[in-house]
Design a protein around this ligand. Structure first.
Ligand code: AMP
Length: 390
């Protein structure tokens, strides 16, 4: 991948594709993590005399102008984060006004464009639209890792018309995720949780080729356990994936670990009864909501010696404190390992939320900013937005 460091950026107009898809509340940025993550690339360009044209999507406006999904609040936040830089905003991402504003940009200044997805051509990877975006700049810098699994005009189309480079955040993502997919230092342990097997089957199959052990938690465990003939009560289960689960179990031999016991309840929203089962079986009238104490001990013992850890997906309904112990305890162990020098990588939306809920974000080697993209990367899929940077 060509790095931004290899580009001659002085005096050049640089189109930076960022991931500024931040949560908003009442017209203000509620969580600026993604904006902050983009700052190293932006600051580097500003300090090296580029004219920065910054573009992103926000939410799903489906090709229409949706005022609530304007990037204007991001513009306000950006000004707060970079108080000594001249930053401008324009109400569109293509057209005459945008061109004029770009022409007025001086070295070290930033122009933030309006939401790319206000135009349906963006998600269709329309060639003319990509060409129009490209016409604004001399160089394309991709720094939105969370979008590289999608072939859109601003992630793939544009690269056909401009010399294209990876920004620092993208480079960091690829560096750490590659530590998981290419020759991970052993023992390599993966922890996969979350609601469904269906969304993670590709990841599980690919990881099984590389890991020493793969620990399963979350609701997806119940589909595997049902296939093994265990009683799963009223727990979430994807019956249409029982066959797939069976094949995975056959191929995995002893690499795949399933929960030995569970936290179960009568009702997730209004629990009256919460129990730890004595074994893998769940009573008929109960729902599995977290891994049990025996499982926590067994998983802790297994992870202890790891030199590489990849974790995606909570091990239970972590949003509710009563059912978050498994996720919390495993999170703590992963954080301790990082301090001992283990490479720990957390990928995907809900696992990131779980890590943040426990305030462990600074104790993980790398937390991926791209949910879908990091899963597809670990699945071993070719990501179109990365291929164009090669
Ligand atoms: P995912 O997006 O696939 O990583 O799934 C995350 C979601 O799985 C979270 O909202 C969790 O509450 C949910 N989840 C994890 N374990 C369970 C469980 N045992 N029963 C129901 N939902 C679960």
């Amino acid at each position: 991948m060509r790095s931004i460091k290899d580009a001659d950026v002085k005096g050049k107009r640089i189109f930076v594709r960022g991931d500024l898809n931040v949560p908003l509340k009442e017209g203000e940025v509620r969580d600026n993590t993604r904006i902050v993550a983009l700052l190293p690339t932006i600051k580097y360009l500003v300090e090296n005399g580029s004219k920065v044209i910054l573009a992103s999507h926000l939410g799903r406006p489906k090709g229409k102008v949706v005022p609530e999904l304007s990037l204007k609040p991001v513009y306000e936040e950006l000004k707060k984060l970079l108080p000594s830089t001249n930053i401008y905003f324009v109400n569109d991402c293509v057209g005459e006004e945008v061109k004029n504003k770009v022409n007025e940009l001086k070295e070290g200044e930033i122009l933030l464009l309006e939401n790319l997805r206000f135009h349906p051509e963006e998600e269709k990877n329309d060639e003319n639209f990509a060409k129009e975006l490209a016409s604004l700049a001399d160089i394309f810098v991709q720094d939105a890792f969370g979008t590289v699994h999608r072939a859109h005009a601003s992630t793939v189309g544009i690269a056909k018309f401009l010399p294209s480079y990876a920004g620092f955040l993208l480079e960091k993502e690829v560096k750490f995720l590659s530590k998981v997919t290419e020759n991970p230092e052993k023992p390599f342990i993966a922890i996969i949780g979350g609601a469904k097997i269906s969304t993670k089957i590709g990841v599980i199959e690919n990881l099984l080729k590389k890991v020493d052990k793969l620990l399963i938690g979350g609701a997806m465990a119940y589909t595997f356990l049902k296939k093994k003939g265990k009683n799963i009560g009223k727990s979430l289960c994807e019956d249409e994936y029982l066959e797939v689960a069976g094949k995975v179990l056959d191929n995995a031999e002893d690499k795949l670990l399933l929960p030995l016991d569970h936290i179960v309840t009568d009702n997730i929203d209004e629990p009256k009864r919460i129990e730890n089962t004595p074994d893998e079986n769940i009573p008929d009238d109960m729902i599995g909501v977290d891994i049990g104490t025996k499982t926590i001990s067994e998983y802790a013992e297994t992870i202890k010696e790891a030199k590489t850890v990849f974790w995606n997906g909570p091990l239970g309904v972590f949003e509710k404190d009563e059912f978050s112990k498994g996720t919390r305890e495993i999170g703590k162990i992963v954080a301790e390992l990082t301090e001992k020098g283990t490479v720990t990588v957390v990928g995907g939306g809900d696992s990131v939320a779980a890590v943040k809920k426990e305030n462990l974000q600074d104790k993980i080697s790398h937390i991926s900013t791209g949910g879908g993209a990091s899963l597809e990367f670990v699945e071993g899929k070719k990501l179109p937005g990365l291929e164009v940077l090669e």
